[in-house]
Write a protein that binds this ligand. Sequence first.
Ligand SMILES: *Cc1c(COP(=O)(O)O)cnc(C)c1O
Length: 425
Amino acid sequence: MNADVKKIVEAVEGSQELFKHSLPMIASENVTSPLVRQVLSSDLGHRYAEGQVGHRFYQGCSFVDVIEGKAVELAKDLFKAPHVNVQPISGVNCNIAAFFALADPGDKLVALAVPSGGHISHAKFSAAGIRGLKVYTHPFDNATMNIDTDLMIKNIRKVKPKVVMFGASLFLFPHPVKEAREVCDEVGASIIYDGAHVLGLIAGGEFQDPLREGVDVLTGSTHKTFPGPQGGIIMCQKKYADLIDEAVFPGTVSNFHLHHKAGLAITLAEMKKYGKAYARQIVKNSQALGAYMDELGFNVLCKDQGYTKSHQIAVDVSKIGGGSVLAKKLEQANIITNKNLFPWDHVNGTDDPSGLRLGTQELTRIGMKEREMREVAKLIKRVAIDKEKPEKVKKDVVQLKSQYQTVQYCFDGEGAYEFLLGRDR
Ligand SMILES: *Cc1c(COP(=O)(O)O)cnc(C)c1O
């Protein structure tokens, strides 16, 4: 094998092995089913299908029409969505398209600030700024880790934005969407809900139901709690259908990664059948993990609210080493997490985020339940509080993980972490 290629293939195998033997707890990741991984390596990954189902610019798209048609049909059904566009290739792509559809340069946007959990694409230095939007932030209540509803209403009335955005990357509790609808109508604002993180929970009937609570446009990533291939999806009320479709194509998408959309369609079918049980278990696991970690001496945020209603918990680790150091130590023990800014960090002027954000969606997807969350909490404690050598804890992490190698909540749950190429070699 060519030396460069060998190095690359070995790194791919290395990454595969790492995740096979670790506890993946990054809240924005997941594993797809083996069937989805197979279609991801199909010929669709070499093709183009610009345009809409039945109206393509190139020939050879009859099968893609079936796939995209099925994806749209399944998504409409699963999310009870009046209109669906599956062509965006990522969550940020969805947000850019939504900004193009709903606002013009110079218009005002109200969104969450990044330290309060907002995503970079809502900020003036990123997608919102590129669209030329003037960005204002939602008033945030640090105690409840949520938007302050009364101040939010006053703020919207004062700012009179064109668009109000909900959704976040650090996202523990449902946002006050219903509560915003009336004042948005009063000032003529439309509402975008960025469901990148919680799309799988929404699909399973957990968390909140943005389209029923009054949002105009729902954007999302298809690979976080929604356990599909990396990609994006936009849903909206009927009156925004044409604006959204044009903002996607020709606005901000050409190739839409057809193999990923075949995988998306299959995952939508999986979620239609298994989504309720999967989403319910995710939330139960997060709440259990929060309670066990609290019991073991961690400062888990929002105890009085039951820690979380999502796939995430947030742990303040500022007194036990800080987010940066601890996330690296946990990595040495094969527990993969990320440091996370908390709203008060920038006020205190620290560079080191106080938080760890832990997600349970992937552990749930491979079959872990509350009992396993207790084990996970103990393993994290041994590194973070007992200061045991991470290499020693790693042995027990590998041992625990060896029993969870199969994707659940799908039609063909074998090998969650097998390298398909590795099978034939
Ligand atoms: C992850 C995330 C995105 C970006 O999604 P990509 O699919 O990575 O582009 C957008 N919004 C929020 C709130 C996110 O957390």
